[in-house]
Design a binder for this molecule. Sequence first.
Ligand SMILES: [Zn+2]
Length: 69
Amino acid sequence: MPIYEYRCPHCGKEFEKLVPMHTDPREVECPHCGKKGVEKKMSLFGMGGTGLGGLSVSQGSSCGTGGST
Ligand SMILES: [Zn+2]
């Protein structure tokens, strides 16, 4: 299950929650104030777009002073 980040409009706190794929954020309870109806911020696992390799790896081949044999 993916972890989603939510923000509660009631108390203004942000939190992460492990929820099933198609969970409606309106059905998610805020752990701080206990109210339903939070806003989804984003997914840590890149939903609906870049699924794989979300982390950008900067190219840094530190292989000495370009010595090719
Ligand atoms: Zn809240």
